[in-house]
Design a protein around this ligand. Structure first.
Ligand SMILES: [Zn+2]
Length: 255
């Protein structure tokens, strides 16, 4: 069985301040901030799904990039459209922006020169992009980026699922085969495959999801078919995502 092994000296919450100081002195001036969610992911996946994907992915990216640290994931995110399901926690977009803004200012104060904001939940992308525009004007000496658009993230995930014979609709954008595969790989013990059911497989738009809430479209909260998931697809997906992010980050930071 393959498991994700977190490198001890990448996450700042696992380091002492002395180790962070030494890392900064040794050129670790890039930091990744995962921005996750606590929201329903169907009857079979944990509410922390997006958060677990974000933190595992951030560590994988940091290891590939080198000289990069990772903060603990920021949660909750903006999950208003999932509030029809118990357990979901949500922040208003302005609250999320305030929290991430404060975290960025701390990182800047400590000397980080490249801050990579890494949303892994759809509702977080717009507030993070808006915040980046604001921070970029204020801090000209620091690069603050969010390397992928939501559509790109979904495409990379679903392209990997296609390699496993899973259609775009089965892979789904929420709690379908794609996300289920990722959690089967990262935190298998939290997946209840006996509860995995086919979700909504019809047509919808992202703006419908945000306007009416996911419950209006899917009574289980699932979009896609999680029964088509596998841990091996999850492993490949995480590797592909990490590679894709690293390429984009290198281009944007020109490192
Ligand atoms: Zn998700």
């Amino acid at each position: 069985m393959v498991v994700v092994v977190f490198m001890v000296k990448v996450r700042i919450d696992e380091m002492s301040w002395v180790e962070v100081r030494e890392a900064l002195d040794n050129g670790f001036d890039t930091v990744i901030v995962p921005v996750g969610s606590i929201e329903q992911h169907g009857p079979h996946l944990p509410l922390g799904t997006d958060t677990f994907v974000g933190e595992a992915l951030s560590v994988m990216i940091a290891e590939k990039l080198g000289k990069t640290l990772v903060t603990p994931p920021i949660t909750p995110g903006c999950s208003q459209h999932h509030m029809g399901f118990p357990g979901t926690l949500t922040l208003k977009p302005e609250t999320l922006m305030q929290v991430v803004r404060d975290v960025c200012k701390c990182l800047i104060k400590h000397g980080f020169k490249n801050i990579i904001l890494l949303p892994t939940h759809g509702g977080n992308f717009a507030p993070i992009e808006t915040l980046i525009m604001e921070l970029a004007m204020e801090h000209k000496d620091v690069k603050i980026i969010s390397p992928l658009k939501l559509e790109e993230l979904i495409k990379v995930m679903n392209d990997v699922m296609a390699e496993y014979g899973v259609t775009f609709k089965e892979a789904g954008v929420h709690a379908g085969a794609a996300e289920t595969s990722a959690i089967l790989y990262i935190k298998k013990d939290l997946v209840k495959m006996d509860k995995a059911v086919e979700g909504f497989m019809g047509e919808y738009t992202i703006s419908q999801l945000y306007s009416y809430g996911i419950r209006a479209i899917s009574s289980t909260g699932v979009l896609g078919d999680p029964r088509r998931a596998s841990a091996d697809a999850g492993r490949r997906m995480m590797e592909k995502l990490a590679e894709y992010y690293v390429e984009k980050i290198k281009k944007e930071l020109k490192v």
